[in-house]
Design a protein around this ligand. Sequence first.
Ligand SMILES: [Zn+2]
Length: 230
Amino acid sequence: MLLGGAAVGVGAAGVAAWDELSRWWWRVPGNDKPRTPGAVDYRGAEWVAAASANWRRGDRPDDYTVDRVIIHVVQGSYAVALKVFRDPGHGAATHYVVRGGDGHVAQCVRELDVAFHAGNRAYNERSVGIEHEGFVDRPRDFTDVMYASSARLTADICARHDIPLDREHIIGHHEVPGADHTDPGRHWDWDRYLRLVRAAAKEAAEAGARGSGRPGESGGPSASAEPSGG
Ligand SMILES: [Zn+2]
């Protein structure tokens, strides 16, 4: 496993002007980033705050470069994950939790803060963590709608932090050095997931180029964070 942040992509050169404008403050070191109550980093996520004991206040990406997305499986339900994240005694939380039945996304920790989820301090500092409802040994828990929703979320995180869409940067908890966890397990379909992430990134980029799908704008087509379930 490659260590160090040198491998971060330089794809930011092509971002549209509006995007630069919308996040210029984000790149200025020492600027206190806005912490609007209830605000989420991923459009379509529902804010469900984790207890402050389960994360550490940060100033990412100024204090730490974010160059990993870490995939977890709850070993339980969406509701259980949110419950334990609200428990200050739990000692852990991820930034996001994705629900299996409909792909609904909760954000529990801001991306600028360091969530305790990887079991490795350096990896906590450099990553965004996503929990998925279900059990590692029950592949039926990994629903189509959950894969698709999670892939859109990961594509969005990677676009905002300039993280390459590959298996070096989108990893499982079990791939964190020193981790004693096995999630997301052998039933997590990485090929499929990476395919979906790349497709979602392409779709979002095309929507951006058309001038739709901007964060904060309503009425944008497709890029719907809310899957239609069916
Ligand atoms: Zn995990």
